[in-house]
Ligand binder design. Structure first.
Ligand SMILES: *[C@@H]1O[C@H](CO)[C@@H](O)[C@H](O)[C@H]1NC(C)=O
Ligand SMILES: *[C@@H]1O[C@H](CO)[C@@H](O)[C@H](O)[C@H]1NC(C)=O
Length: 438
């Protein structure tokens, strides 16, 4: 008896409680009740068979970047907000907002927006799915907000890299609804696209955001499409310190070679080689993060010209070496020929007398008789005839004296002024062209 009584009381209490909550159901519960299946079909758009549902979209960027030149993509994290009216969800109330979240959102009809130029994207699920729905209970006006992160394609023209500006798009389209059923429109109530103050690229500055309509016609029909375009200009600061300054210093270092004596072969060779290798490394380093585009980028022009400068400084040493070797050869030839000249004249003084004597076939003695023996009579006096003859090998020895200037040293001296001047001119042209003209 007792147990049955208590059971009855308990059952009554539970029923009473259930009835109480049902009677005292909140607006939220009423809304959930409205969203139950056959009364509400989330597969059917609002205003079925009537006018197209108008969806107003706005985007608030939380963070933008990084830009990946290699893959030609940019990333963005943003709140995507869509607003539309679903008259099926009108409750007879004084316009209070009903909030839906979690899995309840899935019960609602939502526009099937997709990003046609995205490569990757994700919804944020921590700690709960980052989305919300506010339903105005008197008008059925719905605000649906999501937090998304996207990696989007961006066709980049890198011909002026790193002095370039880029325009990158984000394109939103409806996947299945044509403009007959769904109209996408940039928000009129709020700014269509905006940036949080903290949303900034690390290496770009955002010059502006513009919004467009981009309805596209496919075989099935015209699909609604919204486009937002970001104009960005690259911050040069990073490249100044990463690329320009090191290569300028390397080129200047290569000129140090002109002040080093050309006799110091190891010093000049190592300065030349070191700078060429350094520039080559910098060149490949600058290309590492860039795609293999078929055109010449500004950074390529810069690095190649630096390589040319460093290389010609190295080649200048080769020229100096050849010239100074020539000079040295001429010097030694000159000194040799000088020595030979003096040697020869000395030799003549000594050697000619017996030669002259032997040429004499016979002499006559004062007493009239001719004698064939010559050894005793004319040995003491050398004939003056031989002294008047010019020395036969003296003439060609005079020509090397013309080479006597050390042209190698001169080339070094000229290079000290010429190379910095040429580099300065190149710099003026380069910076003027890419910063002002192009
Ligand atoms: C609903 O419950 C609250 C307290 O939770 C109470 O104040 C209110 O009167 C109840 N309303 C109805 C209609 O029962
Ligand atoms: C809900 O919609 C009604 C009618 O459009 C409007 O008057 C009311 O201000 C809205 N409520 C909120 C909280 O926006």
């Amino acid at each position: 008896m007792d147990s049955s009584w208590t059971f009855c009381v308990c059952a009554l209490w539970i029923v009473a409680n259930l009835c109480g909550t049902r009677a005292n159901s909140t607006l939220h519960q009423q809304m959930l009740a409205k969203l139950r299946f056959p009364d509400y079909d989330s597969g059917v758009r609002p205003n079925w068979n009537g006018q197209a549902v108008v969806v107003e979209v706005d985007v608030l960027f939380i963070s933008v970047g990084p830009v990946n030149e290699m893959e030609m993509t940019w990333s963005a994290s943003f709140y995507l907000r869509q607003e539309w009216t679903d008259s099926r969800l009108v409750l007879d109330d004084a316009g209070t907002l009903v909030k839906l979240d979690g899995e309840h959102v899935a019960k609602l009809w939502r526009p099937d927006l997709f990003f046609s130029n995205n490569k990757q994207g994700r919804k944020h699920e921590l700690t709960v799915p980052n989305h919300l729905v506010y339903i105005n209970s008197s008008s059925g006006h719905i605000l649906y907000s999501q937090r998304l992160t996207m990696v989007l394609n961006c066709e980049m023209d890198l011909i002026k890299f790193p002095h370039d500006n880029q325009t990158c798009d984000m394109k939103m389209e409806s996947y299945s609804f044509t403009t007959k059923d769904l109209i996408l429109r940039w928000s009129t109530a709020r700014q269509a696209t905006s940036l949080l103050p903290s949303a900034n690229f690390p290496d770009f500055s955002i010059d502006g955001i513009s919004t467009h309509d981009c309805g596209t016609t496919y075989a099935i029909g015209t699909f609604p499409c919204l486009l937002t375009t970001l104009q960005m200009s690259r911050e040069i600061g990073f490249y100044i310190f990463q690329t320009y300054l090191p290569s300028i210093l390397t080129v200047i270092l290569s000129w140090a070679s002109f002040w080093i004596d050309h006799e110091a072969v190891p010093a000049r060779i190592s300065v030349g080689l070191l700078t060429v290798l350094t520039i080559t490394t910098q060149l490949s380093g600058s290309r590492a993060q860039l795609p293999r585009v078929p055109y010449i980028k500004a950074i390529d022009v810069w690095m190649s010209m630096n390589l040319v400068f460093v290389f010609s400084a190295y080649m200048e040493y080769a020229v100096v070496t050849v010239l100074s070797r020539k000079y040295k050869k001429s010097l030694t030839r000159l000194s040799l020929s000088d020595r030979r000249l003096t040697l020869e004249t000395d030799q003549e003084l000594v050697a000619i007398p017996p030669k002259e004597e032997s040429s004499l076939p016979s002499t006559t003695t004062p007493n009239g008789t001719t004698t064939t023996s010559t050894t005793t009579t004319t040995a003491t006096t050398p004939t003056p005839v031989s002294r008047q003859e010019p020395p036969p090998k003296a003439a060609p020895c005079v020509t090397p004296v013309l080479d006597s200037k050390d042209t190698g040293r001169k080339v070094d001296k000229i290079s000290r002024g010429l190379f910095p001047l040429a580099y300065a001119i190149f710099n003026v042209i380069y910076w003027l062209y890419y910063l002002v003209l192009a």
